[in-house]
Design a protein around this ligand. Sequence first.
Ligand code: ADP
Ligand code: X2W
Length: 259
Amino acid sequence: MDQIVVIKCGGSTVDALPSAFFESIAAMKECGKHPVVVHGGGPAINDMLKQLDIESEFVNGLRKTTDEVLEAAEMVLSGKVNKNLVAAFQKAGTQAVGMSGVDGELLKASPVDLETLGLVGKVEEVNETIIEFFIKNDVIPVIAPIASAGDGEKLNVNADEAAAAVARALEAEELVFVTDVDGVLINGKITEKLDVDEIDTLIKNKTIYGGMIPKVKAAAASLTGNIEKVTIANGNGKNTYANGSLKGTAIMKQKETIT
Ligand SMILES: Nc1ncnc2c1ncn2[C@@H]1O[C@H](COP(=O)(O)OP(=O)(O)O)[C@@H](O)[C@H]1O
Ligand SMILES: CC(=O)N[C@@H](CCC(=O)OP(=O)(O)O)C(=O)O
């Protein structure tokens, strides 16, 4: 299917996305593109874990996930965050359906490393038939990153990685990471274009750190097949082209080819 744009809404910004953001995605759809949304919700999971008095820690940017952490993460991601996004699209006048990777085994995953990370998964398979069914019916799929382990068990997947896996499986034209900054900052300034080699250097010299690392790594890993451009952009609704596309940092295999 042509013109699929996968949009990852980061937990850093998901509660603050203005109506202009949802309207810009609706405009994208009116222009003939097919938006597919994958979302995170890290800060909302942190709040819930705090309320429930459950400890959690991050190992290499991934949340170590016990049974009780998984239960809280699923409640927050597949419940509150997912349904708030669906409702916001409906408010913007466009139809959306929320699901997680468990529904229809949309995302099948295997454990990354049970010993160090517990129930954290990496996506092995995407059931693109289900996603395409909604696209064909003019409905925006909104996907929470809890995956099926294939045996009735569930796994917690980093949302950047889930979005990259969905984009690869759908042979999307573009992948956009919507976050709380205007793009990748170098010495405090937004950089318009980055290539894969520059990303490695910027991670090594610590210009890129924390939550930006899984994002740029997922961006680099997804630059295969159809995907030619990955964008990291702010979800504040201020950096939008007339056709609904978002402005930010463009990441490509070789930046000479960025238009
Ligand atoms: N070079 C950089 N440019 C911009 N942001 C960066 C950079 N390095 C690290 N960051 C951090 O990455 C954050 C975005 O990642 P994260 O909080 O995980 O977002 P999300 O929840 O949207 O996935 C930014 O708010 C910023 O603090
Ligand atoms: C395994 C793992 O780390 N899962 C993430 C899933 C949510 C996420 O990735 O949300 P952001 O987009 O806000 O980072 C977590 O539990 O926080």
